[in-house]
Design a protein around this ligand. Structure first.
Ligand SMILES: NC(=O)c1ccc[n+]([C@@H]2O[C@H](COP(=O)([O-])OP(=O)(O)OC[C@H]3O[C@@H](n4cnc5c(N)ncnc54)[C@H](O)[C@@H]3O)[C@@H](O)[C@H]2O)c1
Length: 465
């Protein structure tokens, strides 16, 4: 019989667990949803009365949380109780690139996933459906099953793969109006029933035809492939942006021309200083690693090029700043507008800004940063994490301010690294009066109106023409 889910637990209250569970709770009022995390300050922030203090910034998220929190949506650090009570457990913990041992710098580090599986195995007393929400290498469900099945408490576990396709910055809309939801299940009677239980949850708000079911391995591999294809488009247009700069072609015009071809499509063709975010790089590296593991060198090399071009794009943008500023930025103030990896999120993981800043700091620049949603602590932590220089040096050389105009005062150059809409509306005429001349702007997002900016007197460089 198909299990009617009454109680959901989600392990991991991050950028995926928080928003996805908030939406499930809001759409399924009869289901109790508990999101658990070992990070107490994160849970406290999810429970904060002041919704501007939620740990994840996403347009529309605060309203969804407000509507369901403490009704059928709960945030807690009591992982064990939530596991015991749940019929269905989503695992939504982080799966970063390994930084040690075999597969270092490429393979996904599955230690957090394994810990979850072991904890579930240890405390569960009733049958559970385990849902892989984290992005995982293909065939991870096999490993999970081995751990879960090696308990002696007669509990049955069914494992489903249900990768998340939301994009940060539009997470709530992506969840409510998903193009598709993918559910991979075991091809057996039990597997089909488990799959149907999860289909029934999404069917609360999504049309049935958008809920795709596959075998577990196709589902796991599809998530890595989706990110690889998306990142590939960015790297493809970014590679062309460099060619545009030397041929007087305009990358936006090229993007429009090719994007109007329905076989290609218009999305993800915006040239930029390079993609960031916690997923693209790590998932492609993971795909490369898996291909190598199976001895498929040509396949691995093909996908690795996406990362190589992306690193090149970040580096050449930073180099352009140095070259333009008369081959030295030593002792010069450079203002960075935008630190988040894209607009409408406070997430900075793998943001291009981190690498551009690091390059400029190596050239002895003094950096001032302004981002509407990112804290000073986060910016300094991102630079410290690179381990390029001491924490004290980072604090000596980097200033974070919460006023964009102040950030631009007495600066030798402004670099735009996140496409926040508000940057377009700044009083650029006023800013022009406050900066050193020649007044340079390096637009890594093609955000500003070139004609207007140049009319004001700025020397304006943007990626792609
Ligand atoms: N961020 C995205 O846009 C996105 C989109 C789709 C898929 N994903 C995937 O979803 C997964 C989660 O990503 P995220 O961005 O939400 O990560 P995150 O780092 O924001 O959140 C993960 C959370 O899991 C918690 N955690 C780790 N181990 C735990 C344990 N044993 N028990 C309880 N809590 C534990 C951490 O404390 C952390 O708060 C990753 O696999 C990622 O690849 C992310």
């Amino acid at each position: 019989m198909i299990k009617k889910i009454k109680n959901i637990c989600c392990i991991g209250a991050g950028y995926v667990g928080g928003p996805t569970m908030s939406v499930i709770a809001s759409q399924c009022p009869e289901i109790k949803v508990t999101v658990v995390d070992i990070n107490k300050s994160r849970i406290d922030a999810w429970n904060n009365e002041d919704l501007s203090k939620l740990p994840v910034y996403e347009p529309g998220l605060a309203e969804v949380v407000l509507g369901a929190r403490n009704k059928n949506l709960f945030f807690s650090t009591d992982v064990e109780s939530a596991i015991i009570e749940a019929d269905m457990i989503f695992i939504s913990v982080n799966t970063p690139t390994k930084t040690y041992g075999i597969g270092k710098g490429m393979a996904a580090d599955l230690k957090y996933i394994e810990l979850c599986a072991r904890q579930i195995a240890e405390v569960a007393t009733t049958d559970k459906i385990i849902v892989e929400k984290s992005t995982l290498p293909v065939r991870t469900a096999e490993a999970l099953k081995k751990i879960l099945d090696n308990t002696n408490n007669n509990v049955n576990f069914d494992i489903l793969s249900n990768p998340e396709f939301l994009a940060e910055g539009t997470a709530i809309d992506d969840l409510l109006n998903a193009d598709r939801v993918l559910i991979g299940g075991e091809e057996s009677e039990r597997g089909n029933m488990a799959t149907q239980s999860l289909v029934d949850i999404y069917a609360h708000w999504l049309p049935k035809e958008r809920i795709l079911t596959t075998n577990v391995w196709s589902s796991e591999l599809s998530k890595l492939t989706a990110n690889a294809f998306l990142a590939q488009r960015v790297s493809s247009i970014n590679a062309l942006s460099e060619l545009c700069e030397v041929t007087e072609a305009n990358v936006d015009e090229v993007a429009r021309a090719i994007g109007s071809d329905s076989r290609i499509g218009s999305k993800f063709l915006k040239a930029s200083v390079g993609f960031g975010g916690s997923c693209f790089q790590k998932d492609i590296l993971n795909l490369v690693y898996i291909s190598k593991t199976y001895g498929l060198e040509a396949v691995a090399n093909y996908w690795e090029q996406i990362i190589i071009i992306n690193d090149h794009q970040k580096r050449r943008f930073a180099e352009k700043i140095v070259k333009t500023l008369f081959n030295t930025v030593s002792g010069k103030k450079i203002t960075i507008l935008g630190w988040a990896f894209k607009k409408d999120t406070n997430d900075t993981r793998e943001s291009a800004a981190i690498y551009v800043a690091d390059y400029l700091l190596n050239e002895q620049a003094e950096i001032t940063v302004y981002d509407p949603k990112v804290t000073k602590e986060q910016i300094l932590a991102d630079l410290d994490y690179l381990n390029t220089r001491s924490e004290n040096e980072n604090r000596d050389l980097v200033t974070v301010v919460n006023d964009p105009i102040k950030a631009c005062e007495d600066t030798h150059a402004i670099a735009i690294l996140t496409e926040w809409d508000v940057f377009k509306d700044y009083d650029w005429q006023n800013i022009y009066t406050k900066v050193y001349k020649p007044a340079f702007i390096f637009d890594g997002r093609r955000l500003l109106d070139k004609e207007m900016i140049e009319k004001l007197g700025f020397e304006y460089f943007r990626i792609g023409n």
